[in-house]
Design a protein around this ligand. Structure first.
Ligand SMILES: [Zn+2]
Length: 323
């Protein structure tokens, strides 16, 4: 596998500072907010269901491929082995969580992918708890299922780390803990949880890109998710085309959401935020927003990435289909 790779260091603010910035900023979008620096809890336990205990150890963000490989017309040759990309990122056997397209070759159909795996490597077969969500061709319902592969389709946005528990310092900054615990209830603004965090961080750090990734739960209320059906037979050339093609679902909590964002695109044609969700009750897909602002409760753990790795950036690009 020989892919174009661009690496950029990201700004890593002190976690205590970032906690204050986020707590203050999120109050503009939620009525109850708390952000604190904590030791990473065991996120492999039920309700979180990650493939490793923690988010810690050399956290890095990967932005792989892109929407231009999916539309106007799909390039079905664009598939990526996320396990190999973990090694390329310098973290063989690392924890991979985030959002992507599933490989139509591996899954049999275009679909949403929720990567959640410890990558296999020479001394370990790894652990793969990845899900995909696809659209039923019979009744249009969402089908959430396990995915025994790490092959992504034309795009993926993931956090890769050593997957270590919180006793390991996540990033090379002085802090009492290792990750940020973020809680927000009752949405009063129009931004979703991740956009609110991203815009807050961008407002503080400007053109210095800060990247964060982690997991959050929507513990109460409902959420709007989309699932991509199979590839469109007609070219998709606008957001309107894309929204007609996608299937949208009003889903129930609890949802586990794998998420990453970058506060500022330093000219790498990034998808600046991407979140995919799964559940134990059949709901899953791409996160847009909660649909019950009065009762929603978000609870998450995030780490700050030290490096951004852009893999196979499309040469011909466009701006639709990125919501
Ligand atoms: Zn998505």
């Amino acid at each position: 596998m020989s892919l174009p790779v661009e690496k950029r260091a990201l700004l890593v603010p002190p976690l205590e500072e970032l906690a204050e910035v986020l707590e203050e900023g999120l109050k503009g979008n939620f009525s109850e907010v708390s952000v604190s620096v904590v030791e990473c809890p065991d996120l492999s336990l039920p309700t979180w269901n990650l493939a490793a205990q923690g988010l810690c150890g050399s956290p890095r963000l990967l932005d792989v491929g892109g929407v231009p490989y999916l539309m106007p017309v799909p390039d079905k040759t664009k598939t990526y082995d996320l396990g190999q990309l973990a090694a390329l990122a310098g973290l063989p056997g690392g924890l991979i969580i985030g959002a992507g397209a599933g490989s139509s070759q591996a899954a049999g159909v275009n679909c949403e992918m929720m990567p959640n795996a410890l990558a296999p490597h020479s001394s370990s077969p790894g652990t793969n708890l990845t899900h995909i969500a696809r659209v039923s061709t019979e009744d249009g319902s969402c089908i959430l299922e396990r995915y025994p592969s790490l092959e992504a389709g034309p795009l993926a946005n993931v956090l890769i780390s050593e997957g270590k528990p919180g006793t390991v310092k996540c990033v090379n900054v002085e802090a009492f803990g290792s990750v940020l615990e973020i809680q927000a209830r009752r949405r009063t603004g129009s931004d979703n949880f991740v956009s609110a965090m991203r815009k807050t961080v961008a407002g503080r750090y400007g053109a210095e890109p800060v990247g964060m990734g982690g997991v959050f739960q929507i513990k109460s209320g409902r959420a709007k998710l989309h699932v991509m059906p199979d590839f469109s037979v007609t070219p998709l050339t606008s957001d309107e085309d894309v929204n007609k093609w996608l299937r949208f679902y009003d889903t129930s909590s609890p949802l586990v959401c794998l998420s990453e964002f970058v506060s500022h695109d330093p000219g790498l044609d990034l998808r600046v935020e991407h979140t995919h969700c799964f559940s134990n009750h059949g709901d899953g897909g791409h996160y847009h927003c909660d649909t019950t602002p009065d009762i929603v409760h978000y609870h998450g753990f995030f780490t700050v990435a030290e490096q951004l790795i852009r893999v196979d950036r499309p040469q011909l690009t466009h701006n639709f289909g990125r919501d």
